[in-house]
Design a protein around this ligand. Structure first.
Ligand code: ZN
Length: 225
């Protein structure tokens, strides 16, 4: 199967055959789910929040818990503005470098700060046993349908906008980053993406933990100050 470059690689799509991994929401209407990985950090998160607010857009921030611990005021701002928070590990160590026990300890430690049962693995790769362990502990693995590759040094803002323009579809979960690697590009690309999607009638929603993991306790953790 040939996949366009911005579609995530087949290797990452294999878990899509499992019901406990989400790649795209089952929406019939024009809704997109912007997701921002790796924050929060002062160099990026405040600008993202302000820009999303200008467009009345809700999003989901898959945070590295150590960043949320260092910047509790940013973690709090994200929640106060009505966005969703997901778990993106404690220190951004990818699961494929961890045993199941190490990964679950890491995820649980991050959960204490982030209070989210939505989990996105750093670097996207994990074993089926690790997926089973997460699902068995009430976590929902959330990948994405559209990879803008905004983190890549050779990626231009124009390419990021073009990848969304070409590949967006209803229910799309779009991968972006709240990071030093991305922010300068997003300062150009994100307003254009929001403008273009809005002109096409899209609404910007955050991922709903209550919908995706009905069994979980949906109360977000209070950021530590
Ligand atoms: Zn990441």
């Amino acid at each position: 199967m040939l996949l366009p470059q911005e579609r995530i690689p087949l290797l990452l799509r294999l878990p899509a055959f499992r019901r406990d991994v989400v790649f795209r929401m089952d929406d019939e209407g024009p809704t997109v789910y912007l997701t921002f990985d790796d924050g929060p950090i002062p160099e990026s998160t405040p600008w993202l929040l302000q820009t999303l607010e200008e467009y009345g857009a809700q999003a989901t921030f898959f945070m590295v818990a150590d960043n949320a611990r260092r910047y509790p005021e940013l973690h709090r701002s994200v929640l106060e503005k009505g966005h969703a928070v997901g778990n993106h590990s404690f220190h951004h160590v990818p699961p494929y470098r961890q045993t199941i026990e190490e990964m679950m300890t890491d995820v649980a430690r991050a959960d204490e700060i982030l209070g989210s049962r939505l989990y996105r693995p750093p670097h996207g790769l994990m074993t089926y046993s690790q997926q089973n362990a997460l699902a068995g502990n009430g976590y929902r693995i959330v990948m994405f349908d559209l990879n803008t590759m905004d983190y890549r040094a050779d990626r231009t803002p124009e390419q990021i906008v073009r990848s969304v323009t070409r590949h967006v579809r209803p229910g799309c979960i779009i991968n972006l980053h709240d990071s030093l690697k991305s922010i300068d590009k997003l300062k150009i690309a994100l307003p254009l993406i929001l403008e273009m999607l809005r002109s096409r009638g899209y609404q910007f929603c955050s991922l709903d933990q209550r919908q995706l993991c009905p069994a979980s306790d949906d109360s977000p953790a209070e950021p530590r100050s």
